[in-house]
Design a protein around this ligand. Structure first.
Ligand code: AMP
Length: 506
């Protein structure tokens, strides 16, 4: 069933159940369905004739989700932007998205005209009594959301996920780890900001399961004194996060089954789940199931699954990322372009019904990354992931890193060149090279080497000042931990910067 129809069904039959909760604020299913339908009719009235996306800027407020739903009910995709994104990037994204409307639910300092504030949004809903007709809803190949990810050109690229993509994904995700019936009415934890597609795993799997989504805002996540009581209070049964976030929580000894007695399912995606994290977690939560899943934003969150049992975590290292979900096929392409055999490494190609419709307004990038191919007698979309891996005899996929300069840092997907191009926006910088510092196969931090600046008296002060200035262009998680002044950068025989000599990816 389409997620929007499902929502309506729950509103009619379980209207008083809480759908989303953030601090003391919440929406029941009846409220979420009714208010989003009313806001949708305002969007349609204001923007008639344009199906351009609706940008929703904010953080973890309940109105954020209401605006998402209103956009798609009005027949327009939404594009979430988190407050952690700096103004220049917000402006760039809005320039690309050419939105029909922008909701700014938190204070927006970026230079964007005609935004609708939270107060105005509330007032609009209050005076708009007529809900939108269901015939306006997005459906089939209509784009449901556009999530912007780091792009190697220095500006983010918008991944378009269609309504069918999302519905196919949800048909599978409601049964991930625990069966769909077991998830009904349960509390799901939301850790990831909505501008990252990991949040789709909790948000829509929760709404499709008539659950309650418990939102953790960034202040709470950064403060153990607030985080631990919030986790306890949440009553969560389904956990969705990067492994890094679970690792961080485990630094607190009280993070265990006694604190969260209802915890049943841990769903991980987005970066390597290490054997030690899985084993520690199984010890802390003996009643819970741990699932490792894998996938890029371009294939709708995740396309594999495997339950990580104690036995698996003790015997197979590194852990596999699992078998393809129904409707997904993998091809492993060798460097010579031929299909790899079982056990042989190559680039992972994802084929199937959750592969994105391409990058918004970027035909050039889409042509490079996506293509069509036949599977089981029908034409399917395929995506070149840039990930390296192989399939084992059991059909499980094993992830072996990247074939390019994309990395994951604390679960965030970052194109190294995106950072480099933004450092080079600083006037005096002539060249910047960013190098990941890797420990136990995981990126722990980043160091940037820059040329063109006058030799500083203090390296520490130089690094600090450069980092401060970079805040204008990059979100905090993309700013290197250290910025080092260089007179010249080392070159290899081809005359290219030798990243290896600097300790980085070749
Ligand atoms: P994103 O689009 O932010 O979800 O990032 C997608 C990338 O994260 C993939 O292409 C992989 O490189 C990496 N990734 C996703 N899931 C996993 C996983 N389970 N294990 C290791 N890397 C992963």
């Amino acid at each position: 069933m389409n997620i929007l129809n499902r929502l309506h069904f729950y509103a009619q039959n379980h209207g008083q159940d809480i759908a989303i909760q953030s601090g003391d604020s919440f929406f029941t299913y009846a409220q979420l369905d009714d208010l989003s339908s009313r806001l949708a009719s305002y969007i349609e009235e204001r923007c008639r004739g344009s199906k351009a996306p609706v940008v929703v800027y904010g953080h973890k407020g309940i109105y954020m989700i209401l605006c998402f739903l209103a956009s798609v009910k009005s027949g327009r995709p939404y594009c979430p932007l988190d407050i952690s994104i700096p103004d220049t990037r917000v402006e760039d994204t809005i320039k690309t998205a050419q939105p029909s409307m922008v909701f700014a639910l938190e204070e927006m300092t970026a230079d964007v005209k005609g935004v609708i504030s939270l107060e105005e949004t509330k007032a609009i809903i209050e005076r708009t009594k007529e809900p939108i007709d269901e015939s306006c809803y997005v459906s089939g190949e209509d784009v449901f959301y556009i999530i912007f990810t780091s792009g190697s050109t220095g500006t983010p690229k918008g991944v378009q996920i269609t309504t069918d993509n999302l519905n196919h994904y949800l048909d599978w995700s409601v049964g991930l780890g625990t069966c769909a019936a077991d998830k009904l009415g349960k509390v799901f934890l939301n850790q990831a900001p909505f501008s990252f597609d990991l949040s789709v795993m909790d948000l829509y799997t929760c709404l499709a399961s008539r659950g309650t989504l418990y939102l953790l805002d960034k202040e709470v996540q950064l403060d153990f004194k607030r985080l631990i009581p919030a986790l306890k209070e949440s009553g969560a049964a389904v956990w969705v996060s990067t492994p890094s976030f679970a690792d961080m929580c485990m630094a607190d000894k009280s993070f265990c089954q006694e604190l969260m007695p209802k915890m049943e399912t841990f769903l991980f995606c987005g970066e390597t789940l290490t054997n030690s994290t899985a084993l520690k977690l199984l010890e802390r939560f003996p009643q819970a199931v741990i699932m490792n899943t894998y996938g890029p934003t371009e294939s709708t969150v995740a396309v594999t699954e495997i339950q990580v049992t104690k036995e698996l975590a003790e015997t197979v290292q590194p852990l596999p990322v699992g078998a393809a979900k129904p409707g997904t096929f993998f091809e492993i392409h060798r460097e010579d372009g031929k299909l790899a055999d079982t056990g042989e490494s190559g680039e992972i190609i994802i084929v199937g019904d959750t592969v994105s419709a391409g990058y918004f307004g970027r035909e050039d990038l889409s042509r490079k990354a996506f293509f069509n191919c036949m599977k089981n007698g029908r034409s399917c979309r395929a995506y070149r992931t840039g990930d390296k891996g192989y399939l084992d005899e059991q059909g499980n996929l094993h992830y072996q890193g990247r074939i390019d300069l994309q990395i994951k840092l604390n679960g965030y997907r970052i194109e190294i060149e995106d950072i480099e191009k933004n450092i080079a926006r600083l006037e005096e910088v002539s060249h910047a090279v960013v190098v990941p510092n890797i420990k136990e196969g995981k990126v722990k931090s980043l160091t940037a080497f820059v040329t063109g600046c006058a030799k500083p008296e203090s390296g520490f002060k130089f690094s600090k000042e450069m980092k401060e200035r970079l805040k204008a262009f990059l979100p905090a998680y993309m700013i290197p931990k250290k910025i080092v002044h260089m007179e010249n950068l080392p070159m290899n025989n081809n005359g290219k910067v030798d990243r290896k000599q600097l300790g980085g990816l070749a």
